[in-house]
Design a protein around this ligand. Structure first.
Ligand SMILES: [Zn+2]
Length: 207
Protein backbone atom coordinates (compact mmCIF):
# COMPACT_ATOMS: atom_id res chain seq x y z
CA UNK A 1 0.00 0.00 0.00
CA UNK A 2 1.39 3.37 -1.02
CA UNK A 3 1.56 6.48 1.09
CA UNK A 4 -1.76 7.74 -0.26
CA UNK A 5 -3.53 4.40 -0.06
CA UNK A 6 -4.84 5.17 3.41
CA UNK A 7 -6.10 8.62 2.62
CA UNK A 8 -9.71 7.70 2.02
CA UNK A 9 -9.91 4.94 4.56
CA UNK A 10 -11.68 5.45 7.85
CA UNK A 11 -9.37 6.25 10.72
CA UNK A 12 -7.76 3.14 12.10
CA UNK A 13 -8.34 2.20 15.69
CA UNK A 14 -5.57 1.21 18.07
CA UNK A 15 -5.74 -2.59 18.52
CA UNK A 16 -4.89 -2.21 22.21
CA UNK A 17 -6.98 0.67 23.58
CA UNK A 18 -9.39 1.30 20.69
CA UNK A 19 -8.31 4.94 20.40
CA UNK A 20 -8.24 6.55 16.96
CA UNK A 21 -4.90 6.68 15.21
CA UNK A 22 -3.78 9.27 12.72
CA UNK A 23 -1.58 8.12 9.88
CA UNK A 24 1.44 9.97 11.24
CA UNK A 25 0.69 9.48 14.93
CA UNK A 26 0.98 5.73 15.19
CA UNK A 27 3.92 3.55 16.24
CA UNK A 28 5.05 0.58 14.21
CA UNK A 29 5.32 -2.80 15.93
CA UNK A 30 6.30 -6.14 14.39
CA UNK A 31 2.80 -6.93 13.10
CA UNK A 32 0.87 -3.69 13.09
CA UNK A 33 0.60 -0.22 14.57
CA UNK A 34 -0.57 1.13 17.93
CA UNK A 35 -1.48 4.61 19.14
CA UNK A 36 1.08 6.98 20.70
CA UNK A 37 -0.60 6.80 24.12
CA UNK A 38 -0.05 3.03 24.29
CA UNK A 39 3.47 3.40 22.88
CA UNK A 40 4.29 5.91 25.63
CA UNK A 41 3.80 3.24 28.29
CA UNK A 42 6.19 0.91 26.43
CA UNK A 43 8.90 3.57 26.15
CA UNK A 44 11.45 3.21 28.90
CA UNK A 45 11.27 -0.56 28.41
CA UNK A 46 11.37 -0.76 24.59
CA UNK A 47 13.67 2.03 23.45
CA UNK A 48 15.60 3.15 20.42
CA UNK A 49 19.13 1.78 20.58
CA UNK A 50 22.04 3.79 19.23
CA UNK A 51 25.46 2.61 18.24
CA UNK A 52 28.34 3.59 16.00
CA UNK A 53 29.85 1.58 13.17
CA UNK A 54 33.26 2.36 11.70
CA UNK A 55 33.30 2.38 7.92
CA UNK A 56 36.23 0.94 5.92
CA UNK A 57 37.55 4.47 5.35
CA UNK A 58 37.62 5.10 9.11
CA UNK A 59 34.63 7.48 9.25
CA UNK A 60 31.91 6.78 11.77
CA UNK A 61 28.36 5.84 10.96
CA UNK A 62 25.66 6.50 13.55
CA UNK A 63 23.09 3.71 13.53
CA UNK A 64 19.88 3.26 15.46
CA UNK A 65 17.27 0.61 15.89
CA UNK A 66 13.84 0.91 17.50
CA UNK A 67 13.29 -2.18 19.68
CA UNK A 68 9.54 -1.45 19.62
CA UNK A 69 9.65 -2.78 16.03
CA UNK A 70 10.44 -6.24 17.46
CA UNK A 71 7.40 -6.37 19.72
CA UNK A 72 4.18 -8.04 18.57
CA UNK A 73 0.79 -6.43 19.24
CA UNK A 74 -0.09 -9.36 21.49
CA UNK A 75 3.07 -8.84 23.58
CA UNK A 76 2.37 -5.10 23.78
CA UNK A 77 -1.25 -5.82 24.79
CA UNK A 78 -0.15 -8.17 27.58
CA UNK A 79 2.34 -5.64 28.93
CA UNK A 80 -0.10 -2.71 28.80
CA UNK A 81 -3.02 -4.69 30.22
CA UNK A 82 -0.90 -5.76 33.20
CA UNK A 83 0.36 -2.18 33.69
CA UNK A 84 -3.19 -0.75 33.56
CA UNK A 85 -4.38 -3.40 36.04
CA UNK A 86 -1.61 -2.50 38.50
CA UNK A 87 -2.39 1.14 37.90
CA UNK A 88 -6.07 0.83 38.81
CA UNK A 89 -5.17 -1.20 41.91
CA UNK A 90 -2.69 1.49 42.99
CA UNK A 91 -5.21 4.28 42.40
CA UNK A 92 -7.88 2.35 44.34
CA UNK A 93 -5.48 1.84 47.26
CA UNK A 94 -3.80 5.27 47.36
CA UNK A 95 -5.88 7.63 45.24
CA UNK A 96 -7.74 9.06 48.25
CA UNK A 97 -4.52 10.22 49.88
CA UNK A 98 -2.23 10.96 46.96
CA UNK A 99 -2.66 12.87 43.70
CA UNK A 100 0.32 11.28 41.97
CA UNK A 101 1.57 7.67 42.17
CA UNK A 102 4.75 6.12 40.75
CA UNK A 103 5.71 2.43 40.77
CA UNK A 104 9.47 1.80 41.20
CA UNK A 105 10.79 -0.81 38.73
CA UNK A 106 14.54 -0.37 39.15
CA UNK A 107 16.98 1.75 41.16
CA UNK A 108 20.59 2.83 40.81
CA UNK A 109 22.87 5.42 42.38
CA UNK A 110 24.73 8.11 40.47
CA UNK A 111 27.89 10.16 40.87
CA UNK A 112 27.83 12.50 37.87
CA UNK A 113 31.03 14.30 36.91
CA UNK A 114 31.28 18.08 37.22
CA UNK A 115 32.42 18.12 33.61
CA UNK A 116 29.10 16.64 32.49
CA UNK A 117 26.57 18.36 34.74
CA UNK A 118 28.39 21.32 36.30
CA UNK A 119 30.03 21.57 39.71
CA UNK A 120 26.91 22.54 41.64
CA UNK A 121 24.75 19.74 40.28
CA UNK A 122 27.53 17.17 40.56
CA UNK A 123 27.68 17.91 44.32
CA UNK A 124 23.89 17.95 44.65
CA UNK A 125 23.44 14.64 42.82
CA UNK A 126 26.45 12.73 44.19
CA UNK A 127 25.50 9.22 45.41
CA UNK A 128 21.80 9.96 45.03
CA UNK A 129 19.28 7.23 44.20
CA UNK A 130 17.57 7.26 40.82
CA UNK A 131 14.33 5.31 40.55
CA UNK A 132 13.02 4.25 37.17
CA UNK A 133 9.40 3.25 36.82
CA UNK A 134 5.90 4.01 35.62
CA UNK A 135 3.85 7.07 36.54
CA UNK A 136 0.51 5.44 37.45
CA UNK A 137 -1.37 8.66 38.20
CA UNK A 138 -0.86 12.41 38.22
CA UNK A 139 2.27 14.39 37.39
CA UNK A 140 5.66 14.48 39.08
CA UNK A 141 7.72 17.65 38.87
CA UNK A 142 11.16 18.68 40.09
CA UNK A 143 11.18 19.91 43.73
CA UNK A 144 7.97 18.02 44.56
CA UNK A 145 7.70 16.74 48.13
CA UNK A 146 7.03 13.01 47.89
CA UNK A 147 6.74 9.97 50.14
CA UNK A 148 8.54 6.68 49.50
CA UNK A 149 6.09 3.93 50.50
CA UNK A 150 8.53 1.17 51.46
CA UNK A 151 6.49 -1.65 53.01
CA UNK A 152 5.09 -0.28 56.27
CA UNK A 153 7.72 2.44 56.29
CA UNK A 154 7.13 5.94 54.93
CA UNK A 155 10.13 8.08 53.98
CA UNK A 156 9.47 11.76 53.28
CA UNK A 157 11.75 13.24 50.63
CA UNK A 158 12.03 15.57 47.66
CA UNK A 159 12.52 15.12 43.91
CA UNK A 160 15.84 16.60 42.79
CA UNK A 161 15.10 15.93 39.11
CA UNK A 162 12.49 14.31 36.89
CA UNK A 163 13.06 12.98 33.38
CA UNK A 164 10.41 11.33 31.24
CA UNK A 165 11.62 8.30 29.24
CA UNK A 166 10.95 9.27 25.63
CA UNK A 167 12.43 6.08 24.18
CA UNK A 168 15.21 7.95 22.41
CA UNK A 169 17.46 9.45 25.10
CA UNK A 170 19.15 7.38 27.79
CA UNK A 171 19.49 8.55 31.39
CA UNK A 172 22.96 10.08 31.00
CA UNK A 173 21.81 12.11 27.99
CA UNK A 174 18.76 13.42 29.87
CA UNK A 175 20.87 14.20 32.92
CA UNK A 176 23.40 16.10 30.83
CA UNK A 177 20.72 18.07 28.98
CA UNK A 178 18.68 18.67 32.17
CA UNK A 179 15.62 19.69 30.16
CA UNK A 180 12.56 17.72 31.25
CA UNK A 181 11.16 18.68 34.63
CA UNK A 182 7.96 16.68 34.82
CA UNK A 183 6.51 13.27 34.00
CA UNK A 184 2.85 12.42 33.44
CA UNK A 185 0.53 9.43 33.85
CA UNK A 186 1.32 6.30 31.78
CA UNK A 187 4.92 7.35 31.04
CA UNK A 188 8.05 5.74 32.34
CA UNK A 189 10.34 8.21 34.05
CA UNK A 190 13.52 8.60 36.07
CA UNK A 191 13.14 10.40 39.40
CA UNK A 192 16.21 11.48 41.40
CA UNK A 193 15.41 11.29 45.12
CA UNK A 194 17.02 13.27 47.90
CA UNK A 195 16.65 10.37 50.38
CA UNK A 196 17.90 6.79 50.20
CA UNK A 197 15.80 3.72 50.82
CA UNK A 198 13.70 3.14 47.68
CA UNK A 199 13.86 -0.35 46.14
CA UNK A 200 12.04 -1.98 43.20
CA UNK A 201 8.40 -2.62 44.11
CA UNK A 202 8.11 0.51 46.26
CA UNK A 203 5.73 3.32 45.44
CA UNK A 204 6.59 7.02 45.28
CA UNK A 205 3.52 9.11 46.08
CA UNK A 206 2.72 12.81 46.12
CA UNK A 207 -0.07 14.51 48.11
ZN1 LIG B 1 -3.73 2.72 22.14
Amino acid sequence: MGLFGKKNKEKEKCPICGGEMGFFSSELLKDGTICPECAKTLRGIYDVEHWTVERADGTLWQKQYDTLNDLTIEEARQYITAARQEQSEAVAALGQDYSAIFKVEETFTIAPKALDVGLKRSKLLKDKTVVKGLVQAGTFTRDDSVTILHGEQKIETKLLAVYECDGVSDFDTELGANMCKSAKTNCHAWLILEADGAVPGDTIAKK
